[in-house]
Design a protein around this ligand. Structure first.
Ligand SMILES: *[C@@H]1O[C@H](CO)[C@@H](O)[C@H](O)[C@H]1NC(C)=O
Length: 415
């Protein structure tokens, strides 16, 4: 009994560490205690980071078909010449345990959200259910276990679908998508649906994932092996919130001489070439955001089975929900061949493995543009856009260059 209890404790703490895509634990723990999460009167993302950098920003609320209340931010250029006529819409979709803030955490020159706004794009920032910016629901509260009854497949079919639809409605234009990590798995799943794909101009995927069979991160492999996802459920934990006292205390005690926490980030994400340790305190004011235990479990199912499928409820419930004993697979071949895809992947990314990416590419009908960055780990795609921004903008995927906008202004051409 004693030993199974301590196993649970270690399991939970290890899980907490996994979440920590940011850095070593000590500053993390100290900082987490500072902010009370889920405060409804808390300042908005626009007010906290985006406007102070000089960028016009507005908050937009949408309601998903299953009742979640999400917030999108809309950001435009500091240059008023570029604001005369809004550029092409682009939706930025963050990864697991992150929020829309992830695109704005560095200087304007080193944050993709600001870079795209400065290039004249009409930048929309997605925030999935459960994050600090999107924790509302028409009838549920974050304290209800049912609120957390979702995985990335709901984030794709409900959240992403609704955000794209809203942008479509407001701008009367198809949108570009830029996704990172979980944002790419959501995008790929959503784009297999014709009604969503037809609202999308093109997608750029950073650290693209769909199949997860070959994840090399040692800490993740260990957690999958010890069935940490099932343990968390057994403990009745539905919300994975790493600002909760239980998990913070566990982190505290675990790093107090019991575990080497300094190489944590590396053992989860791979070696990041360009992580700026002196910005950790600032990152931790915003990251990580909560997600659901079910989401983690869905990802672990995929790692174990090597499938890109819907959530596996077990044979009987699968039969009831899906009409078959196994969860239906997402057919990457259903993504329209005509939809341009651009992908950038890192040589040191321990989560988005190249073997898995090959699998994804084999299933697709189209041939995406690929940019390989040998030195990049998983987090570098967020914190160091400078090595791919040129390619992203020049591979004509997100082509709405500043010159074209300016030229349109000169000739008085209106779209
Ligand atoms: C790292 O962050 C610090 C503090 O924000 C900043 O002054 C410095 O320029 C950054 N270094 C790099 C290489 O970006």
């Amino acid at each position: 009994m004693q030993s199974s209890l301590s196993l649970l404790v270690v399991a939970t703490a290890t899980l907490a560490l996994f979440i920590l895509e940011i850095t070593a634990v000590q500053p993390y723990v100290t900082n987490l205690r500072r902010r009370a999460p889920d405060d409804d009167d808390a300042p908005s993302l626009c007010a906290l980071i985006i406007e102070p950098n000089g960028y016009p920003c507005t908050e937009h609320n949408v309601q998903t078909n299953d009742g979640y209340l999400l917030t999108l931010q809309r950001v435009s250029s500091r240059n008023s010449n570029l604001r005369v006529q809004p550029g092409h819409p682009v939706l930025l979709q963050h990864g697991l345990f992150m929020g829309g803030d992830a695109w704005f955490l560095n200087s304007p020159e080193q944050s993709l959200g600001f870079i795209l706004a400065d290039h004249g794009f009409d930048v929309w920032v997605g925030n999935v259910r459960g994050t600090r910016w999107s924790h509302g629901h028409i009838s549920l509260s974050v304290k209800d276990k049912d609120f957390w009854d979702f995985s990335w497949q709901e984030l794709a079919f409900y959240d992403l679908a609704k955000m794209i639809q809203y942008i479509n409605l407001v701008t009367s234009s198809k949108t570009f998508i830029v996704g990172h990590s979980q944002g790419t798995i959501m995008s790929l799943a959503a784009l297999t649906q014709p009604d969503i794909a037809e609202m999308v101009e093109a997608a750029a995927l950073l650290s693209p994932i769909s199949y997860l069979e070959h994840i090399t991160a040692p800490l993740v492999q260990r957690m999958v092996g010890m069935h940490l996802d099932q343990m968390v459920f057994a403990m009745g934990i539905h919300q994975l919130n790493f600002r909760s006292n239980v998990l913070i205390d566990l982190l505290d005690s675990l790093c107090d001489g019991h575990l080497d926490c300094s190489d944590l980030l590396t053992s989860i994400t791979g070696v990041n070439c360009c992580f700026n340790n002196s910005r950790v305190d600032f990152y931790l004011e915003y990251e990580p955001h909560p997600s659901s235990s079910k989401n983690l479990r869905h990802l672990f199912q995929m790692i174990r089975k090597g499938t890109f499928s819907q959530y596996d409820y077990g044979r009987f419930k699968n039969l009831r929900l899906y009409g078959q004993t196994k969860p239906p697979a997402f057919e990457l071949s259903s993504i329209p061949k005509s939809l341009p895809l651009w992908m950038s992947y890192g040589g040191r990314d321990a989560l988005a493995d190249t073997t898995d990416l090959q699998h994804t590419l084999k299933d697709l009908q189209s041939t995406p543009e690929l940019l390989y960055l040998e030195n990049y780990g998983h987090v570098d795609f967020i914190t160091k856009p400078s090595h791919f921004r040129k390619s992203l903008l020049e591979d004509e995927l997100l082509l709405e260059p500043v010159e074209k906008l300016l030229e349109n202004e000169r000739t008085g051409f209106m779209r």
